[in-house]
Design a protein around this ligand. Structure first.
Ligand code: PEP
Ligand code: MG
Length: 754
């Protein structure tokens, strides 16, 4: 091609015709390379396709020796082709053979060609192959030619991604794009789900690459940019961004990029080469993605998400479709795949068809995880790059417990997981058979098992598990899934329904625990350096008592005639508890004055989750009616390790002596002072940890409903006296700081199921 804009446009049109022809995949590819070579006035045009083993195999060529097709193969660290695939950047050379990476392959007969231009075949930033043109003469390809070849590579990306080429793959050398992949993440919600990918924010599939009228495309692009900017501005102004789980700062960043001239200029330039506006956005985004994916700097990688978001918005604006997936019409066995998702968005989906959730973000204590667990949907978080590794409709398996994902699983892998799911169902059946046995250890010590809840959908678990009650009702979940602040009336309605559903079993309501990682999108956020240590939970409640008062009022009214239990989160001093108690007393008096019937009894307690309480635990235990150890936060503060930060969260073992000694102090002092104490953090629901807690003297645990069966199975086989003695011995010892191994040995020796 010689500079004229007609060049690539004519080529793209021809390629589209070839793509639509009902011919064999090899024939199609052979015709494509002939067209490209002719159009680019190149003597050679070759397509290398990335195989599952990372090798680039020559799939078609015009100009090189035909017998080299499916024979010549380059590892990703070999030759110019490997270099292009690795760097995901075009490479133009006037004399290829003098480049240090050049690797001579005699079977191709390429020694007579000097000039070389290769571009990566990219899709969503992943390299699917390499497209090369070569000329005999020493010449340097122009910028326009490089652009044109990159655009042409998009057509090939589509062909490769369609899976059509798999039919001509050498047996045992599958192509990469459709290959099975095994990815790891972190467990958000236990369970095994088999199904098909549903992208929460589906990519727009760009079908029409070639512009009929370049000026019109330029105009469409400009209009779409303007419309998108206006839409973002409106979202920010409205402040009501809860629905898609988006936060204001995300939108602010997106807005910043929407005004980024460099990014927009590249898209405009791509349109001028003859692409449709959609194809131009996809081209530029795929290139940007490929570059940013190779960055290790977390800040730059974060920008990748913002740019993805923006490109996706722009594509939807151009296509005139909605940004988020329509929640209706979910296919059977849907596995949702998203970069991130708020709890409200998850609740919007039809649960009957949902088999799993996979996210690029989302730690184990995130609220999406809490909601997924409440709904019993297996979920895995922190799976890197998952949204671009899958296509809509791909077969996929999520193993929540193991934190693993199988993409496009091979039949034997699928069979193994189907078996695992069946086994799990059988195990659940066994747990159900323990349901009616008294919750006592072998030596007759009663252990109260409670469930943690936060939504009305959690409540049926109480009867299913036969738990003693709700040990922790996280009231903030109602606030987090709502699109605006719930009114006192709405709060009252929820609490009344919860008490009714509990049918006389005790429910411990925790007052609003917001701030820190628990943000309400509709509430003005205060910028804080250290939100976890900042203005949160009871601190907000005491400083701005309006919110706390209305919640307490709702609780007292809903609790009329019931044994009402209220607990305050993040209390750091006994005085804070006394202040909160005074607010409750004031509301009680207020309601009495207005003739509302009071609760049958009222107990007030605190979460023990700030280490300062450990050092005046006696004062606390004397003042409160009960305590509940929030080990999630207590461990985060004890070890100064952010529970949401993957790099540090798993660094410290809660079964290590320092943590266990801290937990022991609470159990001992509570017992000595006659103050009931529960553990309601995640450790209470893990059989091994629960066993250790019983050894420390805890007799009440509260956990996610799915943990009740396994913990009960454990304690039925446990001798409380033996574990108490063992814990004493281990805590006094000086071996490994972590007692995990020793406790596992104990469990094995005593035949305790974990
Ligand atoms: C905890 O901190 O352990 C706890 C139970 O509360 P949350 O996880 O809601 O902070
Ligand atoms: Mg907490």
């Amino acid at each position: 091609m010689r500079g004229a804009l007609g060049g690539p446009r004519v080529l793209l049109r021809r390629l589209r015709e070839v793509m639509a022809e009902p011919v064999h995949a090899q024939e199609k590819l052979d015709r494509i390379v002939i067209q490209i070579a002719a159009n680019m006035v190149a003597e050679v045009c070759s397509v290398y396709v990335m195989r599952a083993d990372g090798v680039l195999e020559l799939y078609a060529t015009e100009g090189l020796k035909r017998e080299a097709v499916h024979l010549t193969a380059m590892r990703a660290d070999e030759g110019l082709v490997g270099l292009i695939a690795r760097e995901a950047e075009p490479l133009a050379l006037s004399d290829a053979q003098s480049h240090p990476a050049f690797s001579y392959r005699p079977e191709t007969g390429e020694e007579i060609y000097h000039a070389f231009l290769g571009v990566p075949i990219l899709r969503a930033g992943n390299t699917l192959g390499v497209l090369v043109v070569q000329n005999r003469a020493h010449r340097l390809y122009s910028e326009e030619e490089i652009e044109a070849l990159q655009t042409t590579a998009m057509v090939l990306a589509e062909l490769i991604a369609s899976g059509e080429l798999q039919a001509i793959a050498t047996p045992g050398a599958d192509i990469a794009i459709r290959r099975p992949l095994h990815q790891r993440g972190v467990c958000l919600a236990d369970g095994v789900g088999l199904g098909h990918v549903v992208l929460h924010e589906p990519r727009v599939v760009v079908k029409n690459l070639i512009a009929e009228d370049v000026q019109r495309e330029v105009q469409r692009l400009e209009d779409a940019i303007a419309a998108m900017r206006a839409a973002i501005d409106k979202l920010i102004e409205r402040g009501d961004v809860a629905h898609h789980g988006e936060h204001r700062d995300v939108l602010e960043t997106v807005r910043m990029f929407a005004n980024d001239q460099g990014w927009l200029r590249r898209i405009r330039e791509a349109v001028l080469t003859g692409l449709t506006a959609e194809a131009a956005v996809e081209r530029v985004q795929s290139d940007t993605r490929a570059r940013l994916l190779r960055q290790t700097d977390p800040y730059l990688r974060e920008r990748l998400h913002d740019l993805d978001d923006l490109a996706n918005r722009l594509l939807h604006t151009l296509a005139g479709t909605d940004f988020a997936t329509s929640r209706e019409g979910l296919p059977e066995n849907a596995i949702l795949v998203a970069r991130s998702m708020g709890p409200a968005a998850l609740l919007d989906y039809d649960r009957a068809h949902l088999r799993g959730v996979i996210l690029e973000e989302g730690g184990p204590t995130s609220h999406i995880a809490i909601v997924a667990r409440a709904l019993g949907i297996p979920a895995v978080g922190e799976v890197e790059n998952i949204t671009s590794l899958v296509e809509q409709g791909d077969a996929i398996i999520v193993d929540g417990g193991a934190g693993e994902v199988q993409i496009r699983p091979a039949p034997d892998v699928e069979a193994a997981y189907a078996e695992k799911a069946r086994l799990r169902a059988r195990r659940q059946e066994q747990y159900r058979s323990l349901r009616d046995l008294p919750s006592r250890t072998r030596d007759g010590v009663a252990i109260d098992l409670n469930i943690n809840a936060g939504l009305l959908v959690d409540m049926p678990h109480l009867a299913e598990t036969n738990a003693a009650g709700v040990g922790l009702f996280r009231t903030e979940i109602q606030f987090m899934v709502a699109q605006r602040l719930p009114t006192t009336g709405e709060q009252l309605a929820l609490y009344a329904s919860v008490l009714e559903a509990a049918q006389g079993r005790p429910v411990t309501f925790r007052t609003l625990d917001i701030g820190g990682d628990k943000v309400l999108p509709y509430m003005k956020q205060v910028e804080e350096e250290n939100p976890a240590l900042g203005w949160r939970a009871i601190r907000i409640g005491l400083d701005r008592p309006g919110l706390l008062r209305s919640q307490v009022r709702a609780l007292l009214r809903a609790g009329a005639g019931h044994h009402l239990r209220i607990m305050f989160p993040m209390v750091a001093t006994v005085e804070e508890f006394e202040m909160a108690k005074a607010i409750v007393a004031r509301e009680e008096a207020h309601l009495a004055r207005h003739g509302h019937p009071p609760p049958a009894s009222l107990s007030l307690g605190v979460m023990v989750e700030v280490p300062s309480l450990l050092f005046h635990i006696d004062e606390v235990a004397r003042k409160v009616d009960f305590m509940s150890v929030g080990s999630n936060d207590l461990m985060q503060f004890l070890f100064a390790a952010d529970r949401e930060n993957r790099q540090v969260a798993a660094r410290f073992d809660p079964l290590c002596r320092p943590a266990l000694r801290a937990l022991k102090v609470v159990a001992e002092r509570a017992d000595a002072l006659g103050c009931p104490v529960t553990v309601c953090g995640e450790i209470g629901g893990r059989p091994l940890e629960a066993m250790a807690l019983i050894g420390l003297g805890y007799r009440r645990l509260s956990m996610s409903p799915s943990a009740v069966g396994p913990v009960k199975a454990m304690l039925l086989k446990l001798d409380a006296g033996a574990i108490t003695a063992e814990m004493e011995r281990l805590l006094a010892g000086d071996g490994d700081l972590s007692l995990r191994k020793a406790l596992l040995r104990f469990a094995e020796a005593h035949d305790i199921p974990l």
